[in-house]
Structure formats: C-alpha cells, structure tokens
Ligand binder design. Structure first.
Ligand SMILES: NC(=O)c1ccc[n+]([C@@H]2O[C@H](COP(=O)([O-])OP(=O)(O)OC[C@H]3O[C@@H](n4cnc5c(N)ncnc54)[C@H](OP(=O)(O)O)[C@@H]3O)[C@@H](O)[C@H]2O)c1
Length: 290
C-alpha cells in the first residue's frame, strides 16, 4: 500500500462517517470532527481520533476533507479558521452548485489553500465498494498527490481545473437519473391498472432501459454534429406520443412525465421540423423558448 496520510474529516453525517470508515480501513491516520458530538463512537473504536473543534481537526492533518450539509455550512465552519488551512489541501465533498464551488475555489486561493471540489456519485453504503465514483475538479496537483487516498472511496475521476466542473457533471448525471426514474414510475402506473406490481415491472424496465442506453452515443454524435437531418434517425413526427397519452388517459392514469417529453417534441414540430430526428428535442431542452 502507499504511505499512510494524515486526513481530517469534518462532518460526520451519513456520508462523512462512510468516508472516514473507508480511510481507517486503509490504514490512514484519521481525525474526525462533527458539530454535534456523539457521532464518532464507532469510528473511534476503529482507530479514529476525535478532535474537540474544527480548528484542532485541521491542525492534525495535511489533507482536510469537508462533508457538511451545504455551501453555507462549509463557510460557517471554515471562515473563522481559514488561516489554519493555509498550506493544506482541502477537499470539499459537500454538495454545492457549480457557482458555489467556483466561489469556494476563489476563497481557497485567496487563503493560500490548494482545493478540490468533489461530487459523490454514490450513497454512503457504496463508499469503498464497486460502483462508487467521486468526480473532482480544481487543483490537479492535489488530486494527483492524494489519488491513493481518494481511490479508497471508489473510482476517482478528475474533470478539470474549473472548480465548478464536478458539481456541473454531478447535476447533469442526476438530471438523467431523476427523469429516468420518473419514466419508470409512469410505466409502473400504467401497468398497475392491469394488476402488475411495481416490483415485477421494475425487473422488466431495468433490462429495457439498460438496452436503450445504447442509443445515447448516437444521439450524442448527432447533437455534436449539429445536423438533425442525418439519415437513419427516428423522426420527431414518428416519435409523436399522442397515442401513448391517450392510452394513459383511457386507463385513468396521470401522464406528467410523458406530457413533458411530448411538449419538447411539439416545440420542434410546431416550427415545421417534424421530419428531423428525435435528437432535435435537445434544442427544446436547452432553450427556454423556440
Ligand atoms: N447521503 C448521500 O447519499 C449523499 C450522496 C452524495 C452526496 N451527499 C452529500 O454529502 C453531504 C453530507 O451528506 P450526509 O448524507 O452526510 O448528510 P447528513 O447525514 O444530513 O449530515 C449532515 C452533516 O452536516 C453537518 N452540518 C449541518 N449543518 C452544519 C453547520 N451549519 N455547521 C457545521 N456542520 C453542519 C451535520 O452536523 P450535525 O450532526 O451537527 O447536524 C452533519 O455532520 C451533503 O452535501 C450531501 O448532499 C450525500
């Protein structure tokens, strides 16, 4: 294994505790702090050192990981002790917006702090196991220097120097996830009218949706090429969802997810572009009008 590192984790919520536990398992020296005491017991049993304040926790380590509730709680915790972070590496794994991550990047630079911002693509139980990924942006040399530590949590992916990138990708990936989940719920509501359980439909949906992800690369090529008339695409006219909406109505089922997609299609058909490919709804998505 690589040389052990001194790491402090600020914030022992569900996620902070999982991050700390994974590093203890790798033999690093882990100091922990939480605003409300009493959340470190299990970690202390496993070898963590509990600091009485955030400042003491920062003093203890070369690498400081922050996993708090939101951007405001990060500033509330770190602003009064910013001087103690000088010369250390800060990894902020608190969920923030891209602009908040950029603001924290400037704040860190002004304080002489090398900083990385991270987007955790996992739930706490996944940390350190297969399927867990954390996206990073910001100071590349810190990413490379501490890669062996970060890799204990899952796949570590560096996206670029702009501190807002990890958050931007995080939101972009979650956008796809939530809309996909809503699509599954739409289908589950439809088959429920025939007595099919959501559990049984989940199994069938998982296989179908997995197969359909093969279409994404083709859509990406069309969007990047900017030509929605490329041969071989399913047209917007063909993609019209009216019949599906009628079926939902007949079944007495609401159809907000379907209607949302139909509205994206209609905006392009409404300006005479129905013969072009389905990927053109990208233009409906990215422009608020037209
Ligand atoms: N859980 C997930 O599945 C997941 C997945 C991806 C990303 N994340 C992100 O990871 C971060 C932590 O999530 P979590 O699941 O660990 O949340 P959590 O269980 O609710 O824990 C929140 C933590 O933030 C602390 N906190 C809240 N306000 C504070 C303040 N003003 N000053 C200092 N500390 C404060 C809490 O301390 P107290 O104990 O004193 O309240 C607690 O340690 C969030 O930004 C979340 O979006 C979570």
């Amino acid at each position: 294994m690589n040389a052990p590192v001194t790491v402090s984790i600020l914030g022992l919520g569900e996620m902070g505790r999982a991050l700390a536990a994974a590093l203890l398992g790798a033999g690093h020296t882990v100091t922990v702090w939480n605003r409300t005491p009493g959340r470190a017991e299990r970690l202390i049993e496993d070898g963590a050192i509990e600091a009485p304040s955030a400042g003491v926790a920062i003093d203890a380590s070369e690498l400081v990981v922050v996993c708090l509730f939101d951007h405001d709680s990060v500033h509330e915790t770190l602003d009064p002790i910013v001087d103690r972070l000088h010369g250390r590496v800060l990894v902020n794994l608190t969920t923030t917006s891209p602009e908040q991550a950029r603001e924290l990047g400037l704040w860190a630079r002004a304080g002489g702090i090398a900083a990385l911002d991270g987007g955790i693509m996992a739930v706490p139980s996944m940390i350190g196991g297969p399927g867990s990924e954390i996206l990073y942006s910001g100071d590349q040399s810190s990413f490379e220097r501490y890669r062996n530590v970060l890799d204990r949590w899952g796949t570590s992916s560096y996206l670029g120097a702009d501190p807002g990138l990890a958050s931007l990708y995080d939101i972009a990936l979650l956008s796809g996830m939530y809309v996909m989940f809503a699509g599954y719920m739409q289908g589950a509501a439809l088959v429920a009218t025939a007595g099919v359980s959501a559990t049984a439909f989940a199994e069938r949906s998982a296989a179908w949706l997995s197969a359909m992800t093969g279409e994404l690369a083709g859509y990406g090529r069309v969007i990047d090429g900017g030509d929605y008339t490329v041969a071989g695409q399913q047209s917007l006219d063909f993609s019209d969802l009216s019949k599906m909406l009628e079926a939902a109505d007949e079944a007495g089922v609401g159809a907000v997810p379907l209607a949302m997609v139909q509205s994206l299609i209609e905006r392009q058909r409404g300006v005479g572009l129905g013969a072009e490919g389905f990927a053109r709804i990208f233009e409906s998505v990215r422009h608020t009008v037209g």
